[in-house]
Design a protein around this ligand. Structure first.
Ligand code: PLP
Length: 430
Protein backbone atom coordinates (compact mmCIF):
# COMPACT_ATOMS: atom_id res chain seq x y z
CA UNK A 1 0.00 0.00 0.00
CA UNK A 2 1.30 3.52 -0.75
CA UNK A 3 3.02 5.07 2.23
CA UNK A 4 1.00 8.28 2.32
CA UNK A 5 -2.30 6.44 2.76
CA UNK A 6 -3.18 5.77 6.35
CA UNK A 7 -3.77 2.23 7.50
CA UNK A 8 -5.33 1.42 10.87
CA UNK A 9 -2.79 1.71 13.66
CA UNK A 10 -4.89 0.10 16.37
CA UNK A 11 -5.14 -3.54 17.34
CA UNK A 12 -7.90 -5.70 15.82
CA UNK A 13 -8.64 -3.27 12.95
CA UNK A 14 -6.87 -4.76 9.94
CA UNK A 15 -7.19 -5.13 6.20
CA UNK A 16 -7.84 -8.74 5.21
CA UNK A 17 -8.59 -9.81 1.66
CA UNK A 18 -8.70 -6.19 0.54
CA UNK A 19 -11.20 -4.99 3.13
CA UNK A 20 -11.18 -3.58 6.62
CA UNK A 21 -12.01 -6.18 9.24
CA UNK A 22 -12.65 -5.80 12.94
CA UNK A 23 -11.14 -8.97 14.33
CA UNK A 24 -12.35 -11.47 11.71
CA UNK A 25 -15.53 -9.69 10.72
CA UNK A 26 -15.75 -7.79 7.45
CA UNK A 27 -16.93 -4.24 8.12
CA UNK A 28 -18.54 -4.08 4.66
CA UNK A 29 -20.63 -7.13 5.43
CA UNK A 30 -21.84 -5.60 8.68
CA UNK A 31 -22.65 -2.39 6.79
CA UNK A 32 -24.59 -4.38 4.25
CA UNK A 33 -26.51 -6.21 6.99
CA UNK A 34 -27.34 -3.39 9.41
CA UNK A 35 -27.01 -0.25 7.29
CA UNK A 36 -24.91 2.82 8.09
CA UNK A 37 -23.93 4.64 10.21
CA UNK A 38 -22.96 2.38 13.10
CA UNK A 39 -20.36 2.10 15.80
CA UNK A 40 -18.36 -1.10 15.76
CA UNK A 41 -16.32 -2.35 18.73
CA UNK A 42 -13.82 -5.14 19.20
CA UNK A 43 -14.36 -7.13 22.39
CA UNK A 44 -10.82 -8.50 22.19
CA UNK A 45 -9.38 -4.98 21.96
CA UNK A 46 -11.25 -3.97 25.14
CA UNK A 47 -9.97 -7.04 26.96
CA UNK A 48 -6.42 -6.34 25.77
CA UNK A 49 -6.53 -2.77 27.09
CA UNK A 50 -7.68 -3.90 30.52
CA UNK A 51 -4.94 -6.53 30.58
CA UNK A 52 -2.35 -3.90 29.63
CA UNK A 53 -3.35 -1.81 32.64
CA UNK A 54 -3.68 -4.72 35.03
CA UNK A 55 -0.24 -6.02 34.07
CA UNK A 56 1.37 -2.59 34.45
CA UNK A 57 -0.22 -2.14 37.89
CA UNK A 58 0.58 -5.69 38.99
CA UNK A 59 2.60 -4.82 42.08
CA UNK A 60 0.18 -2.11 43.23
CA UNK A 61 -3.10 -2.60 45.06
CA UNK A 62 -5.31 -0.89 42.43
CA UNK A 63 -8.97 -1.43 41.63
CA UNK A 64 -9.82 -0.29 38.09
CA UNK A 65 -13.16 1.53 38.10
CA UNK A 66 -13.95 2.07 34.44
CA UNK A 67 -15.33 5.61 33.80
CA UNK A 68 -18.53 4.53 32.10
CA UNK A 69 -19.22 7.99 30.69
CA UNK A 70 -16.73 7.01 27.98
CA UNK A 71 -19.07 4.30 26.71
CA UNK A 72 -21.90 2.87 28.76
CA UNK A 73 -23.37 0.33 26.35
CA UNK A 74 -24.56 -2.60 28.47
CA UNK A 75 -22.65 -5.18 26.45
CA UNK A 76 -19.37 -3.35 26.93
CA UNK A 77 -20.11 -2.89 30.62
CA UNK A 78 -20.77 -6.61 30.99
CA UNK A 79 -17.41 -7.44 29.47
CA UNK A 80 -15.72 -5.10 31.94
CA UNK A 81 -17.72 -6.39 34.91
CA UNK A 82 -16.66 -9.90 33.89
CA UNK A 83 -13.01 -8.82 33.94
CA UNK A 84 -13.34 -7.71 37.56
CA UNK A 85 -13.45 -3.98 36.86
CA UNK A 86 -15.57 -1.63 38.90
CA UNK A 87 -17.21 1.51 37.52
CA UNK A 88 -16.88 5.21 38.01
CA UNK A 89 -20.30 6.76 37.48
CA UNK A 90 -21.63 10.30 37.50
CA UNK A 91 -25.43 10.12 37.47
CA UNK A 92 -28.41 8.15 38.66
CA UNK A 93 -28.86 6.96 35.09
CA UNK A 94 -25.34 5.56 35.00
CA UNK A 95 -25.97 3.92 38.39
CA UNK A 96 -28.99 2.08 36.96
CA UNK A 97 -27.04 1.11 33.85
CA UNK A 98 -24.18 -0.23 35.98
CA UNK A 99 -26.64 -2.26 38.05
CA UNK A 100 -28.27 -3.59 34.87
CA UNK A 101 -24.83 -4.68 33.67
CA UNK A 102 -24.24 -6.60 36.89
CA UNK A 103 -21.79 -4.40 38.79
CA UNK A 104 -22.18 -4.79 42.55
CA UNK A 105 -22.47 -1.56 44.55
CA UNK A 106 -19.21 -2.43 46.26
CA UNK A 107 -17.41 -1.87 42.92
CA UNK A 108 -19.01 1.52 42.17
CA UNK A 109 -17.50 4.94 42.72
CA UNK A 110 -19.91 7.87 42.39
CA UNK A 111 -18.18 11.04 41.07
CA UNK A 112 -19.47 14.37 39.79
CA UNK A 113 -19.97 17.92 41.06
CA UNK A 114 -23.76 18.00 41.04
CA UNK A 115 -25.27 14.90 42.63
CA UNK A 116 -28.98 15.43 43.31
CA UNK A 117 -30.85 14.38 46.44
CA UNK A 118 -32.36 11.45 44.54
CA UNK A 119 -28.98 10.37 43.20
CA UNK A 120 -27.42 10.42 46.67
CA UNK A 121 -30.29 8.32 48.04
CA UNK A 122 -29.93 5.86 45.14
CA UNK A 123 -26.16 5.64 45.71
CA UNK A 124 -26.58 4.93 49.40
CA UNK A 125 -29.30 2.36 48.70
CA UNK A 126 -27.01 0.67 46.18
CA UNK A 127 -24.22 0.54 48.78
CA UNK A 128 -21.65 2.21 46.54
CA UNK A 129 -18.02 1.76 47.51
CA UNK A 130 -17.64 5.53 47.91
CA UNK A 131 -19.02 8.91 46.94
CA UNK A 132 -16.36 11.29 45.63
CA UNK A 133 -17.32 14.64 47.13
CA UNK A 134 -16.51 17.92 45.43
CA UNK A 135 -17.80 20.69 47.74
CA UNK A 136 -18.63 21.46 51.35
CA UNK A 137 -22.32 21.89 50.54
CA UNK A 138 -22.39 18.49 48.88
CA UNK A 139 -20.70 16.99 51.93
CA UNK A 140 -23.30 18.49 54.26
CA UNK A 141 -26.13 17.31 52.00
CA UNK A 142 -24.77 13.75 51.96
CA UNK A 143 -24.42 13.80 55.76
CA UNK A 144 -28.04 14.92 56.14
CA UNK A 145 -29.42 12.42 53.64
CA UNK A 146 -27.45 9.53 55.11
CA UNK A 147 -28.63 10.56 58.59
CA UNK A 148 -32.27 10.64 57.49
CA UNK A 149 -31.85 7.13 56.01
CA UNK A 150 -30.12 5.86 59.16
CA UNK A 151 -26.95 5.20 57.15
CA UNK A 152 -23.35 6.28 57.11
CA UNK A 153 -21.96 7.39 53.74
CA UNK A 154 -18.43 6.39 52.79
CA UNK A 155 -16.80 9.34 51.06
CA UNK A 156 -13.49 10.59 49.71
CA UNK A 157 -12.75 14.24 49.00
CA UNK A 158 -11.87 15.12 45.44
CA UNK A 159 -9.14 17.68 45.52
CA UNK A 160 -8.07 20.07 42.81
CA UNK A 161 -4.26 19.86 42.77
CA UNK A 162 -3.84 22.86 40.44
CA UNK A 163 -1.80 20.91 37.91
CA UNK A 164 -2.03 21.71 34.22
CA UNK A 165 -2.72 18.45 32.42
CA UNK A 166 -1.42 19.84 29.12
CA UNK A 167 -4.55 18.73 27.31
CA UNK A 168 -7.46 20.48 25.57
CA UNK A 169 -8.89 23.30 27.77
CA UNK A 170 -12.36 21.76 27.62
CA UNK A 171 -11.15 18.51 29.18
CA UNK A 172 -8.79 19.98 31.77
CA UNK A 173 -10.23 19.53 35.24
CA UNK A 174 -7.44 19.93 37.76
CA UNK A 175 -6.36 23.56 37.53
CA UNK A 176 -7.44 26.55 39.59
CA UNK A 177 -10.59 28.02 38.10
CA UNK A 178 -12.10 24.66 37.10
CA UNK A 179 -15.39 23.70 38.70
CA UNK A 180 -13.97 20.39 39.93
CA UNK A 181 -12.74 19.39 43.36
CA UNK A 182 -11.72 21.27 46.48
CA UNK A 183 -8.52 23.26 46.21
CA UNK A 184 -5.66 21.40 47.81
CA UNK A 185 -4.86 24.42 49.99
CA UNK A 186 -8.40 24.28 51.41
CA UNK A 187 -8.46 20.50 51.61
CA UNK A 188 -7.07 20.04 55.18
CA UNK A 189 -9.77 22.30 56.61
CA UNK A 190 -12.57 20.57 54.66
CA UNK A 191 -11.15 17.13 55.47
CA UNK A 192 -11.16 17.97 59.19
CA UNK A 193 -14.75 19.21 58.91
CA UNK A 194 -15.85 16.08 57.07
CA UNK A 195 -14.23 13.85 59.66
CA UNK A 196 -16.49 15.37 62.33
CA UNK A 197 -19.79 14.72 60.53
CA UNK A 198 -21.70 11.88 62.14
CA UNK A 199 -23.08 10.23 59.02
CA UNK A 200 -19.92 10.49 56.95
CA UNK A 201 -17.21 7.86 56.95
CA UNK A 202 -14.33 9.82 55.44
CA UNK A 203 -11.76 7.43 54.02
CA UNK A 204 -9.50 9.36 51.68
CA UNK A 205 -8.88 11.55 48.66
CA UNK A 206 -9.59 11.57 44.94
CA UNK A 207 -7.95 13.45 42.10
CA UNK A 208 -8.65 13.67 38.36
CA UNK A 209 -6.83 16.33 36.37
CA UNK A 210 -8.30 15.89 32.90
CA UNK A 211 -8.65 13.64 29.92
CA UNK A 212 -6.50 12.58 26.95
CA UNK A 213 -3.27 13.29 28.84
CA UNK A 214 -0.42 11.86 26.81
CA UNK A 215 2.52 12.73 29.08
CA UNK A 216 3.06 11.18 32.50
CA UNK A 217 4.57 14.34 34.05
CA UNK A 218 1.26 16.04 35.03
CA UNK A 219 0.06 12.78 36.60
CA UNK A 220 3.28 12.54 38.61
CA UNK A 221 2.90 16.16 39.79
CA UNK A 222 -0.67 15.62 40.92
CA UNK A 223 0.24 12.35 42.71
CA UNK A 224 3.06 14.21 44.49
CA UNK A 225 0.54 16.82 45.67
CA UNK A 226 -1.74 14.02 46.91
CA UNK A 227 1.19 12.34 48.72
CA UNK A 228 2.08 15.64 50.43
CA UNK A 229 -1.52 16.12 51.46
CA UNK A 230 -1.73 12.61 52.90
CA UNK A 231 1.26 13.46 55.12
CA UNK A 232 -0.31 16.75 56.24
CA UNK A 233 -3.64 15.10 57.07
CA UNK A 234 -2.06 12.21 58.92
CA UNK A 235 0.11 14.64 60.90
CA UNK A 236 -3.14 16.19 62.08
CA UNK A 237 -4.34 12.81 63.28
CA UNK A 238 -6.76 12.28 60.38
CA UNK A 239 -7.23 8.91 58.72
CA UNK A 240 -6.45 8.46 55.02
CA UNK A 241 -6.78 4.91 53.77
CA UNK A 242 -8.02 5.20 50.16
CA UNK A 243 -6.82 7.18 47.18
CA UNK A 244 -8.70 7.48 43.90
CA UNK A 245 -6.29 8.50 41.16
CA UNK A 246 -8.89 9.32 38.49
CA UNK A 247 -8.54 8.61 34.80
CA UNK A 248 -7.23 10.67 31.92
CA UNK A 249 -4.74 8.28 30.30
CA UNK A 250 -4.34 9.29 26.68
CA UNK A 251 -4.87 7.22 23.54
CA UNK A 252 -3.41 7.39 20.03
CA UNK A 253 -5.76 9.25 17.69
CA UNK A 254 -2.99 9.04 15.09
CA UNK A 255 -0.05 6.66 14.71
CA UNK A 256 1.89 8.50 17.41
CA UNK A 257 3.87 7.09 20.32
CA UNK A 258 1.63 5.26 22.75
CA UNK A 259 0.86 6.43 26.28
CA UNK A 260 3.55 4.90 28.47
CA UNK A 261 1.52 2.81 30.90
CA UNK A 262 4.63 1.48 32.62
CA UNK A 263 5.90 5.02 33.26
CA UNK A 264 2.46 5.90 34.62
CA UNK A 265 2.54 2.88 36.96
CA UNK A 266 6.07 3.87 38.05
CA UNK A 267 4.88 7.38 38.83
CA UNK A 268 2.22 5.90 41.11
CA UNK A 269 4.69 3.52 42.70
CA UNK A 270 7.28 6.23 43.33
CA UNK A 271 4.89 8.84 44.71
CA UNK A 272 2.22 6.82 46.48
CA UNK A 273 3.49 3.27 46.56
CA UNK A 274 4.44 3.30 50.21
CA UNK A 275 1.55 5.34 51.65
CA UNK A 276 -0.36 2.23 52.66
CA UNK A 277 -3.58 3.28 50.90
CA UNK A 278 -5.91 1.16 48.79
CA UNK A 279 -5.84 2.66 45.30
CA UNK A 280 -8.58 3.13 42.72
CA UNK A 281 -8.23 4.44 39.18
CA UNK A 282 -10.92 5.61 36.77
CA UNK A 283 -9.75 5.22 33.18
CA UNK A 284 -12.45 5.53 30.53
CA UNK A 285 -11.02 6.53 27.16
CA UNK A 286 -7.94 4.34 27.58
CA UNK A 287 -10.04 1.19 27.79
CA UNK A 288 -12.52 1.71 24.96
CA UNK A 289 -11.38 4.47 22.56
CA UNK A 290 -9.09 2.41 20.34
CA UNK A 291 -11.52 -0.52 20.38
CA UNK A 292 -14.20 1.33 18.41
CA UNK A 293 -14.89 3.03 15.08
CA UNK A 294 -17.82 4.82 13.50
CA UNK A 295 -18.65 3.41 10.08
CA UNK A 296 -20.33 5.65 7.58
CA UNK A 297 -21.18 5.68 3.86
CA UNK A 298 -20.29 8.28 1.27
CA UNK A 299 -23.42 10.00 0.00
CA UNK A 300 -21.97 12.57 -2.39
CA UNK A 301 -18.83 14.40 -3.42
CA UNK A 302 -18.84 18.05 -4.33
CA UNK A 303 -16.22 20.61 -5.29
CA UNK A 304 -16.22 24.13 -3.89
CA UNK A 305 -13.45 26.70 -4.34
CA UNK A 306 -10.96 24.03 -5.27
CA UNK A 307 -11.76 21.88 -2.24
CA UNK A 308 -13.48 18.49 -2.26
CA UNK A 309 -16.29 17.93 0.21
CA UNK A 310 -17.17 14.30 0.76
CA UNK A 311 -20.56 14.11 2.40
CA UNK A 312 -21.14 11.01 4.52
CA UNK A 313 -24.21 9.71 6.29
CA UNK A 314 -22.79 10.10 9.84
CA UNK A 315 -22.90 13.52 11.40
CA UNK A 316 -21.87 15.53 14.42
CA UNK A 317 -24.91 14.15 16.25
CA UNK A 318 -23.35 10.66 15.96
CA UNK A 319 -19.76 11.69 16.77
CA UNK A 320 -19.59 15.00 18.54
CA UNK A 321 -15.89 15.24 19.42
CA UNK A 322 -14.67 17.01 16.27
CA UNK A 323 -17.37 19.69 16.57
CA UNK A 324 -17.03 19.99 20.35
CA UNK A 325 -13.27 19.93 20.80
CA UNK A 326 -11.86 20.19 17.30
CA UNK A 327 -10.80 16.57 17.78
CA UNK A 328 -9.54 14.59 14.81
CA UNK A 329 -10.16 10.90 14.26
CA UNK A 330 -8.28 8.85 11.71
CA UNK A 331 -10.34 7.90 8.65
CA UNK A 332 -9.85 4.59 6.87
CA UNK A 333 -11.58 3.58 3.65
CA UNK A 334 -13.14 0.17 4.11
CA UNK A 335 -11.89 -0.94 0.69
CA UNK A 336 -8.14 -1.30 1.10
CA UNK A 337 -6.24 1.33 -0.90
CA UNK A 338 -4.32 -0.13 -3.84
CA UNK A 339 -0.70 0.48 -4.86
CA UNK A 340 -1.91 2.55 -7.79
CA UNK A 341 -3.99 4.95 -5.72
CA UNK A 342 -2.73 8.10 -4.12
CA UNK A 343 -4.21 10.47 -1.56
CA UNK A 344 -6.95 12.86 -2.58
CA UNK A 345 -7.42 15.62 0.02
CA UNK A 346 -11.01 16.07 1.09
CA UNK A 347 -13.18 17.49 3.82
CA UNK A 348 -15.22 14.68 5.33
CA UNK A 349 -18.49 16.25 6.37
CA UNK A 350 -21.84 15.10 7.71
CA UNK A 351 -25.37 15.89 6.62
CA UNK A 352 -26.29 18.00 9.66
CA UNK A 353 -27.13 21.64 9.03
CA UNK A 354 -24.16 23.17 10.86
CA UNK A 355 -20.80 24.19 9.46
CA UNK A 356 -19.27 22.52 12.53
CA UNK A 357 -20.57 19.21 11.19
CA UNK A 358 -17.22 18.22 9.81
CA UNK A 359 -14.83 15.41 10.72
CA UNK A 360 -11.95 17.42 9.32
CA UNK A 361 -9.82 17.82 6.21
CA UNK A 362 -8.00 14.61 5.36
CA UNK A 363 -4.88 14.46 3.27
CA UNK A 364 -4.21 10.76 3.54
CA UNK A 365 -7.41 9.18 2.24
CA UNK A 366 -7.59 7.39 -1.10
CA UNK A 367 -10.29 8.57 -3.51
CA UNK A 368 -13.76 8.19 -2.05
CA UNK A 369 -16.67 7.50 -4.31
CA UNK A 370 -20.39 7.52 -3.76
CA UNK A 371 -21.36 4.44 -1.69
CA UNK A 372 -17.84 3.77 -0.42
CA UNK A 373 -17.69 3.02 3.27
CA UNK A 374 -15.34 4.86 5.61
CA UNK A 375 -14.45 4.18 9.26
CA UNK A 376 -13.65 6.98 11.66
CA UNK A 377 -11.27 5.21 13.98
CA UNK A 378 -10.48 5.46 17.69
CA UNK A 379 -14.11 6.38 18.30
CA UNK A 380 -15.01 3.91 21.03
CA UNK A 381 -14.89 6.56 23.77
CA UNK A 382 -17.09 9.64 24.04
CA UNK A 383 -18.66 8.69 20.71
CA UNK A 384 -21.97 6.93 21.18
CA UNK A 385 -22.42 8.27 24.73
CA UNK A 386 -22.29 11.84 23.43
CA UNK A 387 -24.50 11.18 20.42
CA UNK A 388 -27.76 13.04 20.13
CA UNK A 389 -30.88 13.18 18.01
CA UNK A 390 -30.17 16.65 16.55
CA UNK A 391 -31.89 17.19 13.21
CA UNK A 392 -34.32 14.42 14.32
CA UNK A 393 -31.65 11.87 13.48
CA UNK A 394 -32.25 8.74 15.57
CA UNK A 395 -29.48 7.57 17.90
CA UNK A 396 -26.83 5.63 16.07
CA UNK A 397 -26.69 1.84 16.28
CA UNK A 398 -23.82 -0.16 17.77
CA UNK A 399 -22.23 -3.50 16.90
CA UNK A 400 -19.89 -5.65 18.98
CA UNK A 401 -17.44 -8.07 17.37
CA UNK A 402 -15.79 -11.08 18.92
CA UNK A 403 -13.70 -13.31 16.65
CA UNK A 404 -15.76 -13.94 13.53
CA UNK A 405 -19.10 -13.12 15.14
CA UNK A 406 -20.86 -9.85 15.56
CA UNK A 407 -23.94 -8.74 17.41
CA UNK A 408 -26.13 -5.64 17.19
CA UNK A 409 -25.82 -4.32 20.74
CA UNK A 410 -27.95 -1.23 20.21
CA UNK A 411 -30.49 -1.17 17.45
CA UNK A 412 -31.07 1.97 15.48
CA UNK A 413 -33.68 4.19 17.06
CA UNK A 414 -36.65 5.00 14.90
CA UNK A 415 -38.33 8.35 14.47
CA UNK A 416 -41.34 6.74 16.14
CA UNK A 417 -39.12 6.14 19.19
CA UNK A 418 -38.34 9.85 19.24
CA UNK A 419 -41.92 10.97 18.82
CA UNK A 420 -43.30 8.77 21.59
CA UNK A 421 -42.21 11.22 24.31
CA UNK A 422 -44.01 14.18 22.81
CA UNK A 423 -47.59 15.29 23.26
CA UNK A 424 -49.60 17.79 21.28
CA UNK A 425 -52.36 19.61 23.13
CA UNK A 426 -55.09 19.56 20.52
CA UNK A 427 -57.74 21.03 22.81
CA UNK A 428 -56.13 24.08 24.41
CA UNK A 429 -54.61 27.11 22.80
CA UNK A 430 -51.01 25.83 23.12
N1 PLP B 1 -12.94 10.28 36.37
C1 PLP B 1 -13.55 11.47 36.36
C2 PLP B 1 -13.92 12.09 37.66
C3 PLP B 1 -13.81 12.14 35.15
O1 PLP B 1 -14.41 13.32 35.14
C4 PLP B 1 -13.43 11.50 33.93
C5 PLP B 1 -13.65 12.12 32.62
O2 PLP B 1 -14.06 13.21 32.45
C6 PLP B 1 -12.83 10.25 34.00
C7 PLP B 1 -12.59 9.66 35.23
C8 PLP B 1 -12.43 9.49 32.77
O3 PLP B 1 -11.50 10.15 32.02
P1 PLP B 1 -10.79 9.40 30.80
O4 PLP B 1 -11.86 8.88 29.94
O5 PLP B 1 -9.98 10.43 30.16
O6 PLP B 1 -9.97 8.32 31.38
Amino acid sequence: MPKDLLRPHVEHFVYQKGELHVEDVSVREVARDVGTPFYIYSASAIRARVKLLVDAMASLDVQICYAMKANSNLSLLRILAGLGCGVDLVSGGELERAQAAGFPGARMVFSGVGKTHEEIVAALDAGVHQLNVESVEELVAIDEIAGALGKVATVVLRINPDVDAGTHPKITTGTRGNKFGISYQQAPEVYALASRLSHINLVGLAVHIGSQITDVTPFRKSFERVADLVKVLRAEGLTVERLDLGGGLGVAYSPEPRFDVDAYANAIRETLGDCGCALTMEPGRFIVAEAGALVTKVLYNKEADGETFTIVDAGMNDLMRPALYGATHPAWRIKEPTEQESAVPCHLVGPVCESSDTFGRFTSLPPLEKSDFVALGVAGAYGSTMSSTYNARPLVQEVLVEGNNYFLIRRKQTVADLLQYERVNTEGSI
